[in-house]
Design a protein around this ligand. Structure first.
Ligand code: PMP
Length: 306
């Protein structure tokens, strides 16, 4: 991991090494933090953050699930992110805002201070141009009645971590988690799409984290003329798919070449996956005017000091 110079910590720009927290932080003990994974891409007009308002809305939504009051407004958080990119002189980067409860013992977080940290660093994504091998995990995705599954809460990621460790040990790149009904849910940190007979489908919201990339792909694929449906998908349907791909901020659009022992599209990247992947790369880098609406350009930063 490449470090950057500064980390934004409750409104202050600290040196990377000095951004530390207390060992009694409630969120360290109980997983009660909320966070986002956002990316900025290089465009002709300088760096631009992809779908920044949507990510910030989700951050505040996740916080509300934990009754956590982030001590900054959405506008302040957005401005701080743009400043961070500027101050660290980043061209393309990953941005990780995280809100967490400070020192407090006991499960009830009430009374603990809420902290907000923003980390931004250069990053090229999770799998690069790789076609990946996935395995169905023995762990099911967190039950939507055990938690609020569509919030991005740190504690939820134990589920993802266990699935990842399991499949990596078996020699695979990434896991697929099923939901409590045995239907396909998602990857540990990304949503899944299937192509069959030129029709695209993806699991319904409910047990999954309905990603911002997922929403993006649904809109882009439809405008490219494809039919896209959100539906319950059986695990056996994946094995018979013409194409499979993951979608998420970290993996962008990542083709799946093999699921368990089965090759998908003879292990080659499918035509529709390729088309969507190409389109996504162009959109995030500001090469598609009609999708400028999804970009927040750093150069437009008004210089608000947060
Ligand atoms: N599912 C899970 C469990 C995730 O952690 C992520 C990454 N945030 C996604 C899906 C994809 O979401 P997004 O497209 O918003 O990055």
């Amino acid at each position: 991991m490449k470090k950057a110079k500064k980390i934004w910590f409750n409104g202050k720009f600290l040196d990377w090494k000095k951004a530390k927290i207390h060992v009694l932080a409630h969120s360290l003990h109980y997983g009660s933090a909320v966070f986002e994974g956002i990316r900025a891409y290089s465009t002709e007009k300088g760096p631009a953050v992809f779908r920044l308002p949507e990510h910030i809305n989700r951050l505040f939504y996740s916080a509300s699930v934990l009754d956590m009051r982030i001590p900054f407004s959405k506008e302040e958080v957005k401005a701080a992110i743009l400043r961070m990119i500027k101050i660290n002189r980043l061209k393309e980067c990953y941005i990780r805002p995280i809100a967490f409860f400070g020192e407090k013992m006991g499960l009830n977080p009430k009374g603990a201070l809420v902290n907000l940290v923003i980390i931004a660093f250069p990053w090229r994504g999770l799998f690069g141009e790789k076609k990946i091998k996935v395995k169905t995990s023995k762990f099911i995705r967190i039950h939507p009645r055990s938690t609020t599954a569509d919030a991005k809460i740190s504690g939820h990621y134990i589920n993802s971590i266990l699935a990842t460790l399991e499949v990596k040990k078996a020699g695979f790149d990434e896991a697929i988690l099923l939901d409590f009904e045995g239907k396909v849910a998602e990857g540990p940190g990304e949503n899944i799409f299937m192509v069959k007979d030129r029709k695209i489908s993806t699991p319904l919201p409910g047990a999954i984290l309905p990603g911002i990339t997922r929403r993006t792909i649904i809109e882009v694929a439809k405008s490219l003329g494809y039919s896209v449906s959100e539906k319950k998908i059986e695990p056996r349907e994946l094995k018979k798919a013409d194409e499979l791909f993951f979608a998420g901020t970290g993996v962008e659009i990542c083709p799946i070449a093999k699921i368990n022992k089965i090759l998908i599209n003879q292990g080659k990247v499918g035509e529709i996956t390729l088309k969507i992947k190409k389109s996504y790369q162009e959109i995030v880098r500001g090469k598609e005017k009609r999708y400028f609406k999804w970009l927040t350009f750093v150069e437009n930063d008004k210089g608000n000091r947060v």
